[in-house]
Design a protein around this ligand. Sequence first.
Ligand code: GLN
Length: 483
Amino acid sequence: MTPTKSLTATPPSIASLRQAIAGRATTATAVTEAALARIAEADPAIHAFLSVDATLARAQAAHVDQLAAAGAPLPPLAGVPFGIKDVLTLEGAPATAGSKILEGYHPPYTCTAVKKLADAGAVFLGKLNCDEFAMGSSNENSAYGPVHNPHDPGRVPGGSSGGSAAAVASGMVTATLGTDTGGSIRQPASFCGVVGVLPTYGRVSRYGLIAFASSLDRIGPFAANVRDAATVLGVIAGHDPMDATSSPLPVPDYTADLDKGVRGMKLGVPSEYFADGLDAEVRAAIESGIEKLRAAGAEIVPISLPHTRYAIPTYYVIATAEASSNLARFDGVRYGFRAPKSDTLAAMYRRTRDLGFGAEVKRRILLGTYVLSHGYYDAYYRKAQQVRRLLADDFLAAFRQVDAILTPTAPTPAFRLGEKSDDPVAMYLADIYTVTASLAGICGISVPCGQSRSGLPIGMQILGPHFGEAAVFRVAQAVETQR
Ligand code: GLN
């Protein structure tokens, strides 16, 4: 009997690749071939990739090898294997956003964050599976089939960036880009045992991201360790004239303070995140992680974020309202799929949207249209905006007291495929600890912090103030070192 190959593996780190390629111990081409071989071996069981472009990857690697052979300085991500969530555009490559309605669509432009990776020497292996239009917490809403968790293929990888998390956890690529609107980077990172970063709103340009909810959408990295994640964020962050909401603040070196430790830092622990509904094993893992930070010299401060309980309804009103508006553009005329054989233009719109969108996306368009409609706007949408302010004020008050906040990333470890797919409200409740930071615009990270008895990863969420990424990385590095 041949032993079954493990579905989990640690990919080579950015620093190790850099050293090996610059020192001519290996080539970007060899690294790329190894990534392609790992994808061929592991992805049939995981389904993280929606498309693989070996030709592009080999060309990018050959370019890096030419630089190395000429002794030229190597850019920061030279030869690093990457995967890109399929809501992010790369000129000429498919961009389905996990939806049938974008089947066959090849965008004529490249997302700024993706362009920055390419300019830094990254090698793109392909586009990654996700929930349709990034709506979901399990990757089961992808029109192309779910992603399986590498730690247990009977379980979900989390969502919506499930492919981005699973591709790193299975060692297919060193890093990936995902997007996070209400938790879609942090929660899959937690479920798959990798690092996932939610940058501050405005830190990374959204140009070229297929929009879900524009006031909440953010692009961020996944990696197997904190240093790699910090390196990637440093490359993709910064102002972009193509996104008016991107910040002109300078981008610091996020790796500079990583090893400074947490001595003297004040870390807040909000009681609302340790209440009913938190799985006992997750609680134990996070509490033990917090104790280790205390032992490492941090001051642990009990805090309160009193409006937390309103976060889920607030998020699901605002996100769906924005989605109903953003998704109006998919009409069968300009992009991708068009329903055949319609007698009138109106029938073509109707049939295209009926056949092109999946059930969850339709549910959200309906809900979002409802909360924006005359007569309900004040009761729902306006009210949600007011509560959003209160939630943000909770964090502003907390960050006057503490440098960062520690919570579980998700209330449970990865759940089983199918376990919540018939119950939208149960699925929405899986986002309870992540949507607050999304609404407040602050930054955060999920970093592995222990395992359940059955070996499922558990993530700690570390939240920081606006543009406080450096402090968040520093705490995350301490958690990673003490594991
Ligand atoms: N799970 C949340 C939702 O379904 C968050 C998704 C996301 O962050 N893109 O909306």
